[in-house]
Design a protein around this ligand. Structure first.
Ligand code: MN
Length: 256
């Protein structure tokens, strides 16, 4: 199995180093990852400045760009082969519910998926890397099992996986979940700059709003690994008929 490994925390982050070590026991793994932390960069591509690829002493390639840049470059010219799987992570912190919209970890995996390659994004629930080697072992085991069953033919797929910070023997089996929801983010934080301007810092993510049974929030709170299959089509299919009918009414001059 040939794996392209990326992340959003940067090529030196403990999460990608641990996952690389775990994956390489059974797969050929090529790392192409951002030079610096690119968390919350979603699917952003860099269009107005050049990108450079360097190779670190440990063999990892790093790019002065976003997670999606890394995967994009790898798949469109840097690699002379097509990987069987794109893996992203392990992220420093959960990517559940609405986080997935902003997540660079998910963005990197999604870039692979958009190129027709199966992809998995891994995140560890609590920041700080506690039990990261256990998390990497759980992630790699999942890759190995899924790879053995589903990499042959078929449609590409995109999985979002969140793993609790627990020792290996305390991590409960994976559950397939829907995404939960978060409350709106916390207030922006302002402070004066040394030169008297006001600086704004984006506030923290909101607490869980929908953490009911069946969600990723619920499963990970119980110690399970949460697996959510994602899709990219943002169309609100349930609303198509409503808007088609409403638009006809508006165009006909109705008042609603
Ligand atoms: Mn991150």
């Amino acid at each position: 199995m040939k794996i392209l490994l990326c992340n959003d925390d940067g090529f030196q982050a403990q999460g990608i180093v641990a996952l690389h070590d775990a994956l390489r026991t059974f797969a050929e793994v090529e790392v192409v990852a951002p030079e610096h932390n690119n968390s919350a960069k979603s699917n952003a591509l860099t269009l107005h400045s050049p990108l450079y690829v360097h190779r670190a002493a440990n063999g990892f390639r790093y790019v002065n760009g976003t997670p999606a840049d890394c995967v994009h470059i790898a798949l469109t010219g840097l690699l002379d082969y097509r990987p069987d799987l794109v893996v992203s992570g392990i992220n420093n912190g959960a990517n559940m519910g609405d986080d997935t919209i902003y997540s660079g970890t998910v963005g990197a995996a999604m870039e692979g998926y958009l190129f027709g390659i199966p992809a998995i994004a891994f995140s560890q629930i609590d920041k700080g890397w506690a039990h990261i080697d256990a998390c990497a072992a759980v992630a790699a085991d999942l890759v190995r099992r899924i790879g053995a069953h589903q990499l042959e033919g078929g449609r590409p797929w995109l999985l979002n996986v969140n793993i609790p910070n627990l020792p290996v023997d305390q991590v409960k089996p994976p559950k397939v979940c829907r995404l939960g929801r978060r409350h709106a983010a916390e207030k922006v934080i302002t402070m004066p700059s040394p030169r008297g301007d006001t600086m704004y810092w984006i506030g923290g993510a909101g607490a869980a709003l929908d953490a009911s049974e069946g969600t990723d929030f619920h499963a990970t709170a119980q110690g399970h690994v949460a697996i959510t299959p994602l899709k990219v089509d943002l169309t609100d299919h349930d609303a198509l008929a409503y808007w088609a009918q409403g638009l006809n009414h508006m165009l006909a001059g109705g008042q609603g």
